[in-house]
Design a binder for this molecule. Structure first.
Ligand code: SF4
Length: 452
């Protein structure tokens, strides 16, 4: 192996940049050792929310939520109602008769699927998505998917997963969806040797794959593919690299199929993207000079593009409520590349294995990491610390803004193209914009034009 260690110092880093300590295995206290664990009331969206970006990614898939009117309202209001295009998501409503056990929900579901597939011959993959109500009435969607597959395959593949809000957060919907795809992946000696895992905007995916290809890693594909018949065919010794930090069940399923995980920082910011590419390079024994040649221009552009946001954000104190599961990599980016001070970084759950390098990168930052949530206590801590910026879910943002805090909606970070060298400035600007908005509102108030 002759590629650079993913934790090694790099050229083109900004002047304040320091190398990341290797993950520690004992001895002194680390960021991971002082984690505050809480269980109590949570404020998060459910896994159905991820349908909003997944249905755009897999272009011939349909997501049929088996749920209540509440689930239907959530999806419609989050995704917007399409007037001119037929949406590729919908809800099979479980009504009072189903909940009372008076109707055969399976018969109803079969009827809805028949109607849907005969009306929409463009659908090649159908996901039956479980919800809180379908779990409450113990509707077995895996058996339903099997039964319906017998009727409709090979024209349509029918899979299932749960997007229920019981004990899950919204990005776990994507994790469950991708984990459901893993058993479907075909294995072949001619298959790809590297899978990039995580749903990314096509443009970002193309940029990352191009960088890998330029390093000579050209048998590479992404999960999910863009179409039902475009899911990767994998080599028996294939490896995988996660592009999103919330895919622990998918990673487990891939390891279960014999693939090897490549540990890395996640590709946020210049540093994360370079480390991510270097991790792939190290796994495939790519020459260090070639790695440097591929990474250096992108890293330099990223560092340069961050200068304005760094000026606006340096020294500002940030508090993360647990929501998207992106919190640790984003906190690392804000602290190490933009000079922000981390107060508390909450995560819905912590997978120490997948997060080992992110935790190592936060050592010495003085951050309090918390796992899980007891909302009232966390709000008290947040108010006492008086952060300059709070990153939180939609439900908390407006009340906190009304109290005078500046907030950032964490869900926007999942909807926006933020991975890779070229998007580093856009990612930084998502955190700088709330300050700009607040100062413009204050300015308008002074001028007697509130609300403009
Ligand atoms: S799945 Fe559960 S949390 Fe999500 S909208 Fe439906 S009822 Fe609400």
């Amino acid at each position: 192996m002759n590629a650079r260690s993913p934790l090694a110092p790099t050229a083109n880093a900004d002047p304040d940049w320091k190398p990341i300590a290797a993950p520690t295995s004992g001895g002194s206290e680390t960021a991971a050792d002082s984690i505050l664990r809480e269980r109590g009331q949570q404020s998060v969206f459910c896994g159905l929310t991820s349908i909003i970006w997944l249905h755009r990614k897999i272009q011939d898939a349909f997501f049929l939520v088996v749920g209540s009117r509440t689930c239907a309202h959530l999806i419609q209001s989050a995704a917007g109602v399409m007037i001119f295009a037929e949406p590729r998501f919908g809800t099979a409503i479980i009504d009072d008769r189903d909940l009372a056990g008076l109707a055969d929900a399976n018969t109803e579901l079969d009827r809805v699927v028949e109607e849907l597939l005969s009306r929409r011959p463009d659908i090649r993959m159908l996901f039956l998505v479980g919800s809180c109500p379908s779990e409450v009435i113990k509707l077995d969607l895996s058996r339903a998917a099997e039964r319906l597959s017998q009727r409709h395959s090979p024209a349509v593949r029918i899979l299932n997963y749960s997007g229920s809000g019981i004990e899950t957060t919204f990005t776990q919907g994507e994790d469950a969806c991708l984990a459901a795809l893993v058993p479907q992946l075909e294995v072949s000696e001619q298959g790809v040797e590297l899978i990039v895992v995580g749903s990314l905007p096509d443009m970002v995916e193309d940029q990352l794959v191009e960088s890998l290809t330029r390093m000579g890693i050209d048998r590479v594909a992404c999960l999910p593919g863009r179409r039902a018949n475009g899911m990767p065919v994998v080599h028996p010794n294939a490896r995988f690299l996660l592009a999103q930090p919330f895919l622990s069940d998918t990673a487990k399923a891939l390891v279960g199929r014999g693939l090897t995980h490549i540990p890395s920082l996640f590709p946020f910011g210049g540093e994360g993207t370079q480390a991510w590419l270097e991790s792939a390079a190290a796994a495939f024994n790519v020459d260090t000079t070639l790695v440097e040649n591929v990474c250096a221009p992108g890293r330099a552009r990223a560092t340069q593009s961050l200068s304005r946001a760094r000026e606006a954000l340096k020294g500002k104190r940030v508090f993360f409520f647990p929501d998207s599961q992106l919190e640790l990599p984003l906190a690392r980016f804000l602290h190490r590349e933009l000079g922000m001070q981390l107060l508390e970084v909450g995560v819905p759950y912590l997978h120490r294995g997948l997060m080992a390098q992110e935790l190592a990168a936060l050592e010495g930052s003085g951050v309090q990491i918390s796992e899980g949530q007891d909302l009232a206590k966390q709000l008290d801590r947040c108010r006492a610390m008086k952060p300059d910026l709070i990153v939180c879910g939609l439900g908390l943002a407006n009340p906190l803004e009304a109290e005078g805090f500046t907030t950032k909606w964490s869900i926007e970070l999942v909807f926006s193209p933020v991975h890779g060298f070229e998007q580093a400035a856009d990612l930084a600007n998502l955190f700088a914009r709330p300050f700009d908005r607040r100062s413009r509102i204050a300015h308008d108030w002074q001028k007697g034009r509130p609300g403009l």
